[in-house]
Design a protein around this ligand. Structure first.
Ligand code: FES
Length: 258
């Protein structure tokens, strides 16, 4: 595996994990299961929160993995525990696809490995949006990836770092691909603003063409990926502004796509 500067680690090549398949990797001795479901990649701890069962060895049906040990089921996108005997969610990690490489957000893993007082030694689940400690204010101007965000409805502060929630949403949207160009909505710079509010998440998004035939699917995919990270309703607002490659964090990626 390759450590890269932005906190993500390459764990597999595109095509290495078949649709409906899983690969287990160890990141600093933490077993992480990377699933390929409905065209997206999702990473969770490969440890059942009931009694440490190896989840990747269980049965995957759609988005649900069944623990091979006692039958608890989890949603691999959200980590939600769906039935007894498990009652705690399994930690999820950000995944993005860059070119031919599938990367897991190790920075997010580090934070999730903080001890949970309810379950010593286990990762703590993220608090719902708008609860717990307030996320730091976010940069109101676009960052290098063309993002602008606010959190909790608070005014954004120039120069502030994105909160963990925005970071996680951004990372999750790396797996939402524009099927026409075969680049993610993040790589294309389509996601212009992310506002994590107490009751909802509001995303302002561009399209590469005014009447993109894939718009309904893209909006649905962005909504689903965002709600898997922050469990509040997500509203996607399509912006009328014309898109251009200049809005991409790395316009050079287009050279590999056409
Ligand atoms: S260890 Fe997974 S259900 Fe018991």
């Amino acid at each position: 595996m390759t450590q890269i500067a932005d906190g993500f680690i390459t764990v597999a090549k595109v095509g290495e994990i078949p649709e409906g398949g899983v690969k287990v990797v160890r990141v600093e001795d933490q077993p992480v299961a990377v699933f390929h479901v409905n065209g997206g990649y999702y990473a969770i701890d490969d440890l059942c929160t009931h009694d440490g069962g190896p989840l990747a060895e269980g049965t995957l049906e759609g988005e649900e993995i069944e623990c091979p040990r006692h039958g608890a089921r989890f949603n691999v996108k959200s980590g939600e525990a769906l039935c007894l005997p498990a009652t705690s969610p399994v930690p999820t990690y950000a995944v993005k696809v860059v070119g031919e490489e599938i990367k897991v957000g190790w920075a997010a893993i580090d934070e999730k490995l903080a001890p949970d007082p309810e379950r010593p030694g286990a990762p703590a689940p993220s608090p719902p949006a708008g609860e717990g400690s307030s996320p730091p204010p976010l940069d109101a101007s676009s960052d290098a990836a063309g993002w602008s965000s606010t959190a909790g409805g608070a005014p954004a502060s120039p120069g502030a770092a994105p909160s963990q929630q925005e970071f996680a949403i951004r990372a999750a949207l790396e797996s939402v691909m524009d099927p026409e160009i075969n680049l993610s909505v993040i790589d294309l710079g389509l996601i212009r603003e992310v506002h994590v509010l107490p009751e909802r998440t509001h995303i302002r998004m561009m399209l590469t063409t005014p009447f993109c035939p894939y718009a309904p699917q893209l909006v649905a995919d962005v909504t689903q990926a965002t709600e898997a990270v922050v469990p509040n309703p997500c509203e996607v607002e399509l912006m009328p502004d014309p898109w251009s490659p200049d809005l991409m964090p790395d316009p050079g990626l287009l050279g590999y796509s056409f």
